[in-house]
Ligand binder design. Structure first.
Ligand SMILES: *[C@@H]1O[C@H](CO)[C@@H](O)[C@H](O)[C@H]1NC(C)=O
Ligand SMILES: *[C@@H]1O[C@H](CO)[C@@H](O)[C@H](O)[C@H]1NC(C)=O
Ligand SMILES: *[C@@H]1O[C@H](CO)[C@@H](O)[C@H](O)[C@H]1NC(C)=O
Ligand SMILES: *[C@@H]1O[C@H](CO)[C@@H](O)[C@H](O)[C@H]1NC(C)=O
Ligand SMILES: *[C@@H]1O[C@H](CO)[C@@H](O)[C@H](O)[C@H]1NC(C)=O
Ligand SMILES: *[C@@H]1O[C@H](CO)[C@@H](O)[C@H](O)[C@H]1NC(C)=O
Ligand SMILES: *[C@@H]1O[C@H](CO)[C@@H](O)[C@H](O)[C@H]1NC(C)=O
Ligand SMILES: *[C@@H]1O[C@H](CO)[C@@H](O)[C@H](O)[C@H]1NC(C)=O
Ligand SMILES: *[C@@H]1O[C@H](CO)[C@@H](O)[C@H](O)[C@H]1NC(C)=O
Ligand SMILES: *[C@@H]1O[C@H](CO)[C@@H](O)[C@H](O)[C@H]1NC(C)=O
Ligand SMILES: *[C@@H]1O[C@H](CO)[C@@H](O)[C@H](O)[C@H]1NC(C)=O
Ligand SMILES: *[C@@H]1O[C@H](CO)[C@@H](O)[C@H](O)[C@H]1NC(C)=O
Length: 535
């Protein structure tokens, strides 16, 4: 197993054998039994060899094997990227058998980038915003909520993680020839189109989505850093990233994140939406210099206040949550007003609520303190009604008791998932708000991935930094800076053997993650087989 356990969390559980301790030992058992099921659940949904992916092209991820009610037998750019963002972490943690799957994914994305579709084609970049394709790598031409602009950003993030790993392992040339051309198209898309409306991650609302904007900023920041590493250009990535971060601030209402603004679709919602919890975990940087509000990091006052607002918005709407104290975790869905499949809790939303808090605990532990501010006071008062604003260092009793209580609270969300997971471990998209039985798509890839990422963070196992601390400054006035990008068809075939040994000459990555340590003693060299990339 490649899961690391931090000393800090071990000591916390030893010191605080409160009411959470018994629940936690049960939860540990669930996590160990569910982990291999979830990983196999992910792999089963990926072609060409996945057990539930018969007929799916190599490297293509199906959202779910469900073909009717609902029909999810498609490949979404978003779901696929989030899946491979996780699988690249597994490679970095030492599971080198996943190299081939990651490479098949990259080769398949190079193909999909060139498929003309109802959103457009590659020549203008517009086709990159198409949300989903048929599993045989042809365009889906039916009506849909399109474009969805988070896809290119998330795909860039997944590929940048792999490219950074290659650089760290002596394979910079492979990152340049095989991965960068695909990344570059996606970065060009983000830099050109971020300031236009598009559909949100739930595919319902045309406007500006917090999730999309947050992951767009991240992609350009880490894309600019990678370009420097690879001696390639990412024209104006930095200045556009700053413009996006500036715009991102406008989603903050003062009390919570309004997930959908600039609405082109009429909706009647509060704006409290798991969109913002997912944004927090997907821009999580383990190496922040502080819990800055501008970045909406998991430990920031804004993201914590928002966490409480979003979670509380589900307390009154599901029968399943009735009778649960306001200080305990509840089942979480997309947004309280949801009516899709009757509007139920989702596994991936409930797990995102847990993951944000595990991320925050990691950040506080690393920073050695936590701040209670006017903005986050309400969040912290759930765990200690008498807590006051101020800075609490990790040696203080206030810090240790808050951290222990927040960890128990986070575990509570995973325990809800445990409670509503059948004994075979299968995870669908939703579970009934009335009685917890599973509903909507079976074996949802994203549900499995969300279980795996949340529980890895719980173990203190985190991805590398993406450079958040260097990109947190917000200009005094916002510019709508965009850059018309260049788009070049990438053909990525025939991958060379990858040098799995850690570079001893230099650590070139911006990463500081714990993954990958002491996992490989391989010193085999790159055999240098044919690299064939045509641009
Ligand atoms: C790296 O690991 C993968 C998976 O184990 C293996 O296929 C590949 O040959 C390794 N690379 C080298 C150069 O040994
Ligand atoms: C490593 O990846 C393979 C798929 O390539 C998977 O079957 C296996 O369970 C993974 N190993 C661990 C320890 O997660
Ligand atoms: C690809 O899949 C779509 C949807 O199932 C189908 O309509 C189309 O005929 C397939 N195309 C090819 C070339 O197999
Ligand atoms: C474009 O950026 C400007 C400046 O931040 C902002 O006012 C506007 O709402 C943005 N529009 C969209 C659709 O992103
Ligand atoms: C960087 O790229 C430029 C243009 O492709 C090239 O002239 C230069 O030699 C490269 N520098 C290094 C250090 O590889
Ligand atoms: C909006 O939702 C609120 C709360 O559900 C409801 O009271 C109100 O009538 C709705 N307004 C419209 C225009 O649908
Ligand atoms: C707490 O606030 C201080 C002052 O604003 C800041 O320097 C520090 O980085 C913050 N610490 C955390 C953990 O956010
Ligand atoms: C619990 O939370 C709900 C929803 O936010 C709120 O309506 C209710 O007043 C709270 N109850 C207590 C006892 O604080
Ligand atoms: C659970 O509730 C759903 C509606 O949310 C209903 O369709 C189903 O029949 C119920 N199942 C049981 C076992 O009560
Ligand atoms: C970008 O391209 C559009 C047409 O696609 C053109 O109208 C616009 O002037 C270009 N902007 C820049 C900065 O080149
Ligand atoms: C593989 O990585 C090791 C350690 O950085 C390095 O010494 C070796 O030259 C690399 N091999 C190749 C073929 O790049
Ligand atoms: C390692 O990288 C740093 C920063 O890029 C550089 O200053 C240093 O010279 C490098 N060391 C070696 C041995 O290449």
């Amino acid at each position: 197993m490649f899961f690391h356990t931090t000393v800090a969390y071990l000591s916390a559980s030893v010191l605080y054998l409160g009411s959470g301790a018994v629940a936690r030992s049960t939860l540990d058992g669930f996590i160990s039994s569910e982990t291999p099921i979830a990983l196999q659940g992910v792999l089963a949904n990926i072609g060409a060899d996945g057990a539930r992916a018969a007929g799916v092209e190599s490297g293509i991820v199906v959202a779910s094997p469900s073909k009717v009610n609902p029909d999810y037998w498609y490949t979404w750019t978003r779901d696929s990227a989030l899946t491979f963002k996780f699988l690249v972490e597994e490679v970095a943690a030492g599971n080198f058998s996943l190299h081939s799957l990651v490479q098949e994914y990259i080769s398949a994305q190079a193909v999909l980038q060139g498929v003309s579709n109802p959103s457009g084609d590659l020549s203008t970049g517009a086709g990159l915003g198409e949300p989903k394709f048929n599993v045989n790598e042809t365009a889906f031409t039916g009506p849909w909520g399109r474009p969805q602009r988070d896809g290119p950003a998330l795909r860039a993030t997944a590929l940048i993680a792999y490219a950074n790993w290659l650089v760290d392992h002596g394979d910079t040339d492979v990152a340049v020839t095989h991965v960068w051309p695909v990344i570059h198209n996606d970065l060009s898309y983000v830099a050109q189109y971020w300031n236009r409306t598009g559909y949100d991650l739930w595919e319902e609302v045309d406007g500006s989505s917090f999730f999309t904007v947050a992951v767009s900023h991240r992609a350009l920041v880490e894309g600019a850093a990678l370009a420097t590493q690879l001696n390639r250009t990412c024209d104006d990535c930095g200045s556009v990233a700053t413009a996006i971060l500036c715009f991102q601030q406008s989603f903050w209402t003062g009390e919570f994140i309004d997930s959908n603004i600039n609405l082109q679709t009429s909706i009647n919602r509060t704006g409290k939406d798991a969109n913002s919890l997912l944004a927090a975990i997907h821009v999580f940087d383990p190496d922040v210099s502080g819990c800055d509000d501008s970045l909406f990091q998991p430990c920031s006052a804004r993201a914590l206040a928002n966490h409480k607002e979003v979670v509380d918005s589900f307390r009154g709407v599901y029968a399943l949550n009735e009778g649960i104290a306001n200080t305990s975790a509840v089942a979480v869905g997309r947004y309280a007003e949801d009516v899709y499949y009757d509007g139920n809790p989702w596994y991936l939303c409930t797990l995102a609520a847990a993951e944000q808090l595990y991320d925050a605990l990691y950040q506080w532990d690393k920073l050695g303190s936590l701040n209670v501010t006017d903005v986050s006071l309400g969040f912290f008062q759930v765990f200690d009604p008498s807590v006051k604003t101020g800075t609490y260092t990790s040696s203080s009793t206030t810090y240790t008791s808050l951290a222990a209580a927040i960890r128990d609270y986070a575990d509570g969300f995973v325990s809800i998932v445990e409670k509503y997971t059948p004994s075979n471990g299968a995870l669908s998209e939703q579970f009934s708000k009335n009685n917890g039985t599973q509903t909507s798509a079976v074996h949802l890839t994203w549900s499995y991935v969300s279980f795996l990422t949340a529980t890895r963070r719980r173990s203190g196992d985190v991805p590398p930094s993406w450079g958040a601390s260097q990109s947190k400054d917000v200009p005094t006035s916002c510019a709508a800076t965009t850059v018309n990008g260049t788009y070049v068809s990438a053909t990525v075939t025939s991958w060379p053997a990858i040098n799995n040994s850690t570079s001893t000459t230099n650590e070139t990555s911006t990463g500081t993650g714990t993954s990958g340590s002491a996992t490989s003693s391989s010193t085999k060299s790159n055999t240098g087989s044919v690299i064939n990339i045509i641009t």
